[in-house]
Design a binder for this molecule. Sequence first.
Ligand SMILES: [Zn+2]
Length: 160
Amino acid sequence: MMALGSKVYNDAGPEVAIDCLWCGRQSVKARTRQQTEWLTLFHFFPILRIRNVFVRCSACGKDMIARCSLAEVEHSNPVTLQHHLIRSESFVGRVCILVGLLLCWAPIVGLIPAIIGFFYRSQFGTAMKTLSRIGLILSLLTTALGITALLLSHAASQSQ
Ligand SMILES: [Zn+2]
């Protein structure tokens, strides 16, 4: 069972014109949406809510985050919007990578966020990708050691 999960809800917004941060096209059409992401424990208890306004370039199809409200995006032009746009990355992914690394010494417990974080790694730069890989490898090792120890102690108790 996965202890940590995330639920994502999207609300479509208006179409706007942007200068794309990814492909560099000017005044290109983009679709907007407001995304609400919940980080949940046992798929039930919400821990964190992250709300982001996403802008997707129609030319290259990549997402950017607008650090302002959906209403502000609607009333912006490419020049004013440019100041609000950043390349998107998932906050949940970042949290999972870091939690996975912090808990990599704990069998299974650390493995769960490490795996979730690993699936998000393509959104991050080299440093976070490396951290994600280290966290996953260490968690796999401690989980393998933990299971081996459990099996050995089980075998030992059976042979008595
Ligand atoms: Zn683009």
